[in-house]
Design a binder for this molecule. Structure first.
Ligand code: HXC
Length: 268
């Protein structure tokens, strides 16, 4: 679908997207690029990064990939620094890297719980922490422009409760808290806007194929009045709104982009 935004709304901006090689992160990267931004993506798998970077470049988007794991502070620092060294500035950090699997609380080991907390929650904070020096007002490469922007991909699981996803629910609740607290501290001190997006079920993503087996998907359609799948495009358009000037007064919020699904109740 064509974008409703003008093609130059992110002209001159540099964005670093964790998990930008696949799924929702890939689509956000592609759309940022199509709207004028230069793109750095970070992920653990070199091949995935390489093929994403060639896809972006074939669209004429300046793009680079850096292998790294958001769980490692030295990787986070190296990738943030490399992005700055490559493009000369950093304006937007998108935390889209995530880990997930379905498992009952009873069968989940504390290390399994910790692993997802490490990727989603601690990883998000670590990336924000390492990017701060470039994002803050007056930081290297910023010139007279104000502070940069942080966007974290969350979920709606923890608004209620979610079967077999206690680890992700806890991790995304921490991401939302981090979004609000950084918006307060860094919005006040450094003119940085910090927001989130909580996608519902989005078609053609690793999350969907891993977490929502086909039989659950068709059952949900039956019982949930508002159930419909979103597209990666829906998330990318919300991301564009939040990081562009259209969102300049939005700070500390996480927008649910789920077609209203989390409000759904069975008819009676
Ligand atoms: C139970 C599991 C498990 C499973 C791993 N563990 N998979 N437990 N069921 N299916 C446990 C392991 O037993 C181990 O604990 C601990 O978790 C660490 O496992 P590792 O395999 O060593 O971890 P690692 O290789 O680092 O892999 C991380 C991962 C993996 C999260 C487990 O799935 C991953 O890398 N995923 C990234 C890609 C991904 O998941 N994308 C989808 C995102 S979708 P023990 O105790 O045995 O040592 C998404 C949507 C959220 O996030 C919102 C949905 C609406």
């Amino acid at each position: 679908m064509e974008s409703p935004f003008k093609a130059e709304i992110l002209k001159g901006k540099v964005a670093l997207i964790t998990g930008g090689g696949s799924g929702i992160g890939f689509e956000i990267s592609a759309q940022f690029g199509k709207h004028g931004a230069s793109i750095a993506i970070m992920g653990r798998r070199k091949q995935v990064l390489d093929s994403a970077v060639s896809a972006f470049r074939s669209l004429g988007i300046p793009a680079v990939g850096f292998v790294g794991d958001v769980r490692k502070q030295e990787d986070a620092k190296r990738v943030v620094d490399s992005t700055f060294n490559h493009f000369g500035r950093l304006d937007i950090l998108v935390n889209a890297a995530a880990g997930n699997f379905l498992v009952s609380a009873e069968d989940l080991s504390p290390n399994g719980f910790r692993t997802v907390m490490d990727i989603d929650s601690v990883g998000t904070f670590t990336m924000c922490h390492e990017a701060l020096k470039y994002l803050k007002k007056g930081g290297p490469g910023r010139g007279s422009s104000g502070g940069g922007i942080i966007l974290s991909i969350s979920a709606t699981l923890h608004y209620t409760a979610a079967w077999y996803q206690i680890h992700v629910s806890a991790a995304k609740a921490a991401v939302d808290a981090t979004t609000r607290n950084l918006a307060l501290e860094w919005g006040t001190d450094y003119d940085i806007r910090v927001n989130g997006i909580a996608p519902g079920p989005i078609g053609d993503t690793p999350g969907m194929s891993k977490l929502v087996p086909d039989e659950i998907n068709s059952k949900a359609r039956e019982y949930m009045p508002l159930y419909k799948l979103g597209e990666k495009w829906d998330i990318a358009m919300t991301a564009l709104y939040l990081v562009s000037d259209a969102g300049k007064y939005v700070n500390g919020t996480t927008i649910a982009v789920d077609g209203g699904l989390w409000l759904s109740r069975p008819r009676h």
